[in-house]
Ligand binder design. Structure first.
Ligand code: CP
Length: 317
């Protein structure tokens, strides 16, 4: 693996290798000394041009637990805000000794551009690009799903035959796109539920079913429900149909809807959550919620990705 840009670049074996490596990383995190010497002498740059809590901090934690040095770079307060280009920013980071660049951008395709434009030679990791993809989020979601749904010994297994319902603002969700690609690669069946106004043009060609009624979708039975944040900041012009009240009535995972799920079904949310809007606070805090587990899985998965991209380069030097 040279870069980690899109789930579409992975085979099923590649994806399972990342998940199995993440399991090994997770095992090291329960020890009293959690730090591994694997990436000592390397520098990981977090280039974040869009706000983040979970992804930025977990990439930082992951790199540090592998003994890499970390430089955090955010657009706010940098020369990007004076109009400096992505190319010149990347060249500057390369000149300062970056060995890998983790990039979050509001622009779909930014990570691909950095990886393939020929400006820099370092491995590029996509930490979320516009409405396109968020591949490490999908990996940590699959890691969490596999732990709950694939039995005690998940190693070497996918999610064959499992059913995952993804609900909400599919139109603006890079998480949904990456999850549809990854979960189906791992053998799961995926159903998307959203109002028609929040389904992207072209979703009918995705390897999943698209439906518009949450109650009907849940009544058909599911192993997991993944709620998505409604991304009002991406709704240009402020228009939102259905209205927020109508959205909550039809698409919120309320306490009564959650009570109708099968006993074993789990609830996910990538965060940040709009409590009381797309998910009831009681459901987010309930025993079937794995939302906090997802955050912990993010560190293990990002350790695995950085390890796969950088460990061979440290061994060569
Ligand atoms: N899930 C996710 O990407 O969260 P952040 O925006 O906080 O990184």
């Amino acid at each position: 693996m040279r870069h980690f840009i899109s789930i579409a670049d992975l085979s099923r074996a590649d994806a399972i290798a990342v998940l199995d490596t993440a399991e090994q990383m997770a095992a090291t995190q329960s020890r009293s000394i959690r730090k591994l010497p694997t990436l000592v002498g390397t520098t990981v740059v977090n280039l974040f041009m869009e706000d983040s809590t979970r992804t930025r901090i977990s990439f930082e934690a992951a790199a540090k637990r592998l003994s890499a040095d970390v430089i955090n770079f955010s657009a706010k307060g940098s020369s990007l805000s004076k109009g400096e280009s992505l190319k010149d920013t990347a060249l500057t980071l390369q000149a300062m000794g970056a060995d890998a660049i983790v990039v979050r951008s509001p622009s779909s395709g930014a990570a691909h551009l950095l990886a393939h434009a020929g400006w820099v030679t370092q491995p590029i990791v996509n930490a979320g690009d516009g409405t396109h993809e968020h591949p490490t989020q999908a990996m940590l979601d699959a890691f969490t799903l596999r732990r709950h749904l694939a039995g005690d010994d998940a190693s070497g297994q996918g999610l064959d035959g499992r059913h995952v319902v993804i609900v909400g603002d599919i139109l603006h969700s890079r998480v949904a796109r990456s999850n549809v690609l990854l979960l189906t690669l791992l053998g799961a069946r995926v159903t998307l539920v959203a109002p028609p106004s929040l389904v992207p043009v072209g979703a009918s060609a995705w390897p999943c079913e698209v439906v518009y009624d949450l109650d009907e979708a849940l009544a058909a039975g599911t192993d997991a429900v993944m709620m998505l944040r409604v991304q009002r900041e991406r709704m240009i012009g402020g228009g939102f149909f259905p209205t927020p009240a109508e959205y909550t009535r039809r698409f919120c995972l309320t306490t009564s809807r959650a009570a109708r799920l099968d006993d074993h079904a789990i609830v996910l949310h990538p965060g940040p959550m709009n409590r009381g809007f797309e998910i009831a606070g009681d459901v987010a805090d309930s025993p079937r919620s794995v939302i906090v587990e997802q955050v912990a899985a993010g560190v293990s998965v990002r350790m695995a990705v950085l390890y796969q991209l950088l460990a061979s380069t440290t061994q060569e030097s």
